[in-house]
Write a protein that binds this ligand. Sequence first.
Ligand code: NDP
Length: 655
Amino acid sequence: MKISRYFTRNQMLGLLKTGDVILPGTEQSPSFSQTGCIEYIDRMAAFLSADDLTGLRILFSVFRWSPRWLIRLLMRMCAHNRSYPGFLGAGLRMLEIGLKGATMSLYYANLTHPDYQDEKVFDVIGWNPKIVLRESDLAPEAPSGPAVDYDNPSPDDVAAIYARARQAQPDIESWGVAKRLEFISRLKEIIIARQTYILDRIQQDTGKSRTDALTAEIFGTLDHLDYLEKKARNILADRKVPTPFALMGKKSRIYFEPMGTTLIVSPWNYPFYQAIVPITLSFTVGNAVIYKPASATPLKGLVEELLAEAGFSPDWVQVVYGAGRQVGDQLIDQRPDKIFFIGSQTVGQHIMRQAAEHLIPVELELGGKDPMIVFNDVDISRAAAGAVWGAFTNTGQSCTSVEKLFVHQSIYRRFMDALVRETSRLTLGTDPAGGADIGPMTTPSQITVIAEQVADAKAKGARFLTGTDWDGRSAAIPPMVVDQISEDMQLDQEETFGPLLPVISFTDEAEVVAMANAGEFGLSASVWSDDLQRADRVARAIVTGNVSINNVMLTEGNHALPFGGAKKSGIGRYKGEFGFYCFANIKSILIDKNSNKMEANWFPYTQKKFNLFTDLTTQIYSRGILSTVKAAVSGLKLESYVKKIAKKNAGNSES
Ligand code: NDP
């Protein structure tokens, strides 16, 4: 081995060992030690600072005496540095850059042979080089094929958009989950780094308060991406399932495969979260995505910009802008392999009808009229604070906002006092420092809905305890606590999607469950009681998709929990393990490995076979060891009978 000016012999041996772990070689390319690249070590070392040199010397000395499996384990930890907290993750990442960087520089140094010129050393060592590229190197890749207008696209443009997605899909599928997650991790880092910019863009489009934007849109999105990073590999891995006794000798598997090109349509209330969450979920499963945001809050260009920075090619996820009633039908007529829709019941039904024409699977996440039920054994001030947040966060423009508050009559007065006190404290505005509680309404059409419900309720005798100074037009709607509610009020029956909180008293459990179940929606609910058995009983009795006990809207805070509605609040579930399945073709596989036997249930059917099957059917599914033994005997009889027939048939066909 060459004598180095910078490293001892043992350090060089440590480097060789590490190099071979990182670059074990492939059929096309030599391993690290085979290239003889270590000869160039002084050339690399000459460029290193004294501290870097000392660091490498220490590491290579340690690796000289470490077993290869330990180095391999360390490199694996380095590759998953994002899963480790704070300084530990950063340390592992630095180690990865240092070791892989040093090894790679040497490897390249000797790849002068023409056969090695095109080697993608990054691929061999599993390292995303984009983490050391400059921003300018990450300019978005141009989309493939002829130019397409994504803004109010013509039918030809929509066809071209689908053609691109379909062309890109096999590639996305072929990489496997681990590689797709590299893009997800990169996206997560970019969102963390660019929070302020994203918050500005969300506030510009929606007018929501800065803290609402941060907690629901950025935090929620990062939490989802984190969940994907941690769980997707396991959830989407091929799964073994038991094979029953009757199929002895065979194996059963489940594969989770992409569906193809998915169309995602989202509403205006959480335009960032409702974009990134379903897009990344579908992409992680292996689908190309076409995404249509709401016209009121398109966040124009933002999703594309962030995805491009994360290394996504423009054809993997394409964003289409335009009024839903114009581009929506065209997007569905191109027959996506799955439609994932979040929005109103009316549009959801329209989409489902259209999808039925082509038998496209549809997932619908629709509206709600979510009840909050407060029993008389709660901490009143905590439950009132929860109700105020649940009803007015995001100015009430959440599908899971508290839209009907049921309070036990024995605490009604005290609870109302606390509720009014808490509500009166709320501040309206969009303070960029995050100091305001509630922003203005996002869309003029929703202001009209609120104005109509307020006028209707007032005309029918409702009492407004806060927010009486609203002029009926301004987007800055003060939060309103309302009581003396009757069933003929719009506010009692229809989704409000704004800062109105109707409060109703109840006397017993059965009554409140019946009231909570009375409407046509069933998205989410909350039950508050110190008696957890009672709370659980009520949670089970309410027909809905999600229930938080002694908290509000919190099922959404856990990405391991599925999300979706019952009744007219939707069809299907996303998020959590079930969420992956909403974008997957779940394929069943049964493997009959090297079997050379005829199956007993194949033709020919004979009376003897029928009788043997009758015995077997009864014995297999009866209880007790004797039945099992009898089943085994009948199984053997059947098998030998089938063999006899097979032999006879084979003899006949030969003659
Ligand atoms: P809409 O149903 O009006 O719109 C939702 C999306 O559908 C928008 O992107 C819209 O585009 C698009 N769209 C409209 N018409 C068509 C069409 N014919 N074909 C295809 N797409 C179409 O809902 P909102 O945006 O008003 O959102 C509010 C509703 O969403 C509420 O009912 C709320 O409860 C529900 N929601 C449900 C959630 C859940 O997870 N269950 C979460 C958040 C909201 P455009 O904007 O251009 O019209």
